[in-house]
Ligand binder design. Sequence first.
Ligand code: ZN
Ligand code: ZN
Ligand code: ZN
Length: 486
Amino acid sequence: MNESKQDKLILLVEPDPVVASRLEDLFRGEGWVVEVRHDARRARQFLQNNKPHLVVLEPLLPDEHGLALVSELRKHPKWGFVPTLVLSEDLDPEARLRALKAGALDYMTKPYEREELLFRVRNLLQLAGGTTGADRSSRLSPEEKLLAGLLELGVRQLTPGVSRVSRYGYTVEEAFRLLDDAQPGEELDLLDELADRGKVNRQFYDVVHLCPKCGWHDLNFREVCPACESPNIKVQRMYRHVTCGYVGPRSAFSEAGRRCPRCGREVEPESLVSAGVRFHCNQCHNSFAEPIVVCRCLNCGELSDVDAVETRVIWTYQLRPAEEAEKPHKRVVEPSTLRPLLRGEAAVLSEHEILDKLEQALNEAIEKRQELSLIQIVIEGLGRLRVRVGEDKLRRLLVAAVSRLFRVLRATDSLGYYGASGFLLVLPATSLSEAKVIAERALVYLRQVLPGLFISIRLAGFPQDGRSVDELLEMLEVGIETVNAS
Ligand SMILES: [Zn+2]
Ligand SMILES: [Zn+2]
Ligand SMILES: [Zn+2]
């Protein structure tokens, strides 16, 4: 949005084309940019994608009463600071009051006096240039602004919808609508930022795959011929001739006149047994046991290895009313240095989320009289490794480490960032001895992908090591229970 004086944008909503063009000329003469719409529907369409500095509006519109639009502009946080001047031929003395009640900042009747109108418009444009409200809101970060807007609208739950135009293939409409100059999907990044800081809760919804080159979600995975990379392959069921051991597709026997192509004997149905499947390339006529899987980005055309494809978790979000969200978090949480590195990579809960999860799991364990185990993973030496291999490589190693960790977890377990450089695993309904087995497997995996780092694992179990979240975390700190990979 351009703030300079000569680029002031006025939306003129006026049903009468003659009046509209006269006003348009008047405003243009002052160097203002004017957009004219003749009904409420088109005005609303324009406002979807544009933020004018002033709306000049005749409420007597053909499709609906224009004051509805005025009050919408006031209520919606995105438009809260767009002033409206109602310029009406409605001479009813009550009309002025109705307009001001709806949220209009000024009211004039037609026929208007040119100098007076210009004077009032100039006043309102100045207001639009520097209201304290706009200043205050611009000092908020984009995600804070988004949260404020959503709470103002009374939104409590956000569920992503499928979107072809979002780079993630999903968008959260309610949130996206509140953003200026954003691409669909950017609102997901902002919501994740809020979740990372404990301002909203989130729950797993879906995983999408992103092109390693352009970051777009539209990927086509397919099996191709290992020799020529053609996708034009077919799978064939193979048969063995029991008499001589020859293996071929059924067609090889029928093309030879129901005789075996190798031994020439006539083939009886019972002398053929199934011998699994093979693939045949229609392009180069190669025959092979396993096709290779490649991934083509339908956005940029890049062909990449399946292992290079990035994943992004799509979440649903739960918002708390402002009073609750503003409450300081009870526990002081050390920010993780891993989270910024792994951002959006995997279903790892933030520092706040994992502690919330622990609290919840502990309450459940107490209620159901079940055991509960915690595994803390501390990784040391990441700083040195970063210097040695670079940020990108380090990130890839950590992504691999996390995906290994998920291999040992069960559906009810949770993994989150904990401490400056580590993770916390919450394992409901798990005894300490079961947890040790899981921890040993995790350690083996981690040492495979993160060689040269010092990785230590500590455990704590409910009820023997503590009966509250703080007691259990303290037990981890003390580090009495540890595992060593055998
Ligand atoms: Zn044969
Ligand atoms: Zn081929
Ligand atoms: Zn791409």
